[in-house]
Design a protein around this ligand. Sequence first.
Ligand SMILES: Nc1nc2c(c(=O)[nH]1)N[C@@H](CN(C=O)c1ccc(C(=O)N[C@@H](CCC(=O)O)C(=O)O)cc1)CN2
Ligand SMILES: [Mg+2]
Length: 328
Amino acid sequence: MIKSNLLKGLLCDLKTSCVKNICTSQHARKAVVLDGKKLAKQLQAECAREVASMTSDGKTAPHLVLVQVGQDPASTIYLRNKTRAANEVGVNSTTHRLAENVTLTELLHLLQSLNDDPAVNGVLVQLPLPPQLEEKVVCNAVHPSKDVDGFHATNIGRFCMDVPCLAPCTALAVGELLRRYDIATFGLNAVVCGRSKNVGLPIALLLHGDGQRQHGLDCTTTICHRYTPPAVLRQHLSNADIVVTAAGVPNLIRGEHLKPGCCVVDVAVNRIKNKDTGRVKLVGDCHFESCVEVAGHISPVPGGVGPLTVAMLMRNTILATKQQRQLT
Ligand SMILES: Nc1nc2c(c(=O)[nH]1)N[C@@H](CN(C=O)c1ccc(C(=O)N[C@@H](CCC(=O)O)C(=O)O)cc1)CN2
Ligand SMILES: [Mg+2]
């Protein structure tokens, strides 16, 4: 009797320690951090080689035109980064700076002249725009063949139909991150948080798209947005193998919401100002410290998707140039 109780006790201890070990090993293994900065450097180097081979026979380098309206400080930084990236890969770039109060007619006139100029291969208007300029009208005024942002309705429509096009850079960046880190997507559950026309929607289209026809990732994809009740969002998250978030809501997603081992791609860039020091900190939508304990892979903010979007812009500029040269 004593012996059997002892044995039971030992067995029980053994069971507990086994269970503990399993849990400990699961919790101890932190997610692999997806290094967008490093990947962007690789992609930039690939673009540089591509431009070098395009120009080796005396052809001119691609020419990208950037348009800034007003003086939003973040836009100024992003445009500077785009100009630097263009220099690095050998793409020529020109920036047009327009006054904050420019009229729609004036901006459309500039875009028309850039569309008509055969020496210009890519055009983008930095967003956000001041209120007198409707984003949709401006984005649709760039000719689809020069629309390196992939924001024109024709390009979005083609992307939606799994037809070759200039696709939105953020969606391309997410796809590249998943592909280069060899993250499985086929037939898996994906959740996208945020439904903006330029970011959330194209990412959902990419995840949902047909991999046999284009670069679709063949996921079962759910889009959650501001009117998704929190309990419903959590239900979807708990079942998601891939989570991509672009909601602009710090701490929207915490580790306890995630399916263990899932892949989290945080696209949001939220600026949080410390009240005491006045310092600004960049964070995504995920509470990184808790998510990194549960996920299998996670992209950081900063240093995740952001730098990759700029590299994808260079790739789109090269693609647009090649397509234009085949046509002419
Ligand atoms: N015409 C466009 N306007 C805007 C786009 C766009 O793709 N086309 N996207 C954003 C801004 N953006 C590019 O323009 C952009 C945002 C963030 C980053 C980035 O590298 N972020 C860093 C953090 C740097 C910082 O914000 O200080 C990171 O995440 O590591 C690149 C490009 C809106 N407008
Ligand atoms: Mg883990």
